[in-house]
Every structure is written in structure tokens, then in C-alpha cells.
Design a protein around this ligand. Structure first.
Ligand SMILES: [Zn+2]
Length: 84
């Protein structure tokens, strides 16, 4: 299972979707290393339309100024609790 972000009943599960919540792609914080196993050699792993694994979600949501917490039932869920 991959991480997801939930805000106001909507689920965001790709960098493209998440950028709409956080005010643009410039607020995405990428991880330092490629998180995908078996990724093709030499291919850019900053994929906008795959899952959120390459995104540092806590840093991204903080940068966007959103309040959030981890899901209690599912720690892979990041629940946005309030807009700024
Ligand atoms: Zn993933």
C-alpha cells in the first residue's frame, strides 16, 4: 500500500493530484532518493502521475501550511485537519 492524503473527504494519491491541494507543484517536496525498486536505470523517478512514494509528505504538507495528522487506523494516511 502507498501513502495517501485525505482532505475534506477527497483522497489525493499522486503528485499531480496533491499539487492541486497544496497550491502548485512548486510545493512538492521530493525525497532525496528513488523509493521505487526495479526502476529503469537512468529514467527520471520524479513521476507526477504515479503514487506518492517519492514525495516527502510531512515536509510537503508543512510547506503548504496545512495542519495534518497521521491516520490512527492506517498510518499510511495523512489526514489534513484544517486549511491555513
Ligand atoms: Zn507507492
Amino acid at each position: 500500500m502507498c501513502n495517501s492524503v485525505l482532505a475534506e473527504g477527497r483522497e489525493y494519491s499522486s503528485p499531480t493530484e496533491l499539487s492541486k491541494l497544496i497550491g502548485g507543484t512548486g510545493n512538492l517536496v521530493w525525497r532525496d532518493r528513488n523509493p521505487f525498486s526495479n526502476w529503469p536505470e537512468g529514467e527520471d523517478w520524479h513521476a507526477m502521475d504515479l503514487c506518492l512514494c517519492p514525495i516527502n509528505l510531512s515536509a510537503t504538507l508543512d510547506r503548504a501550511g496545512l495542519k495534518w495528522r497521521r491516520g490512527t487506523d492506517d498510518p499510511m494516511e495523512f489526514l489534513v485537519t484544517a486549511e491555513p
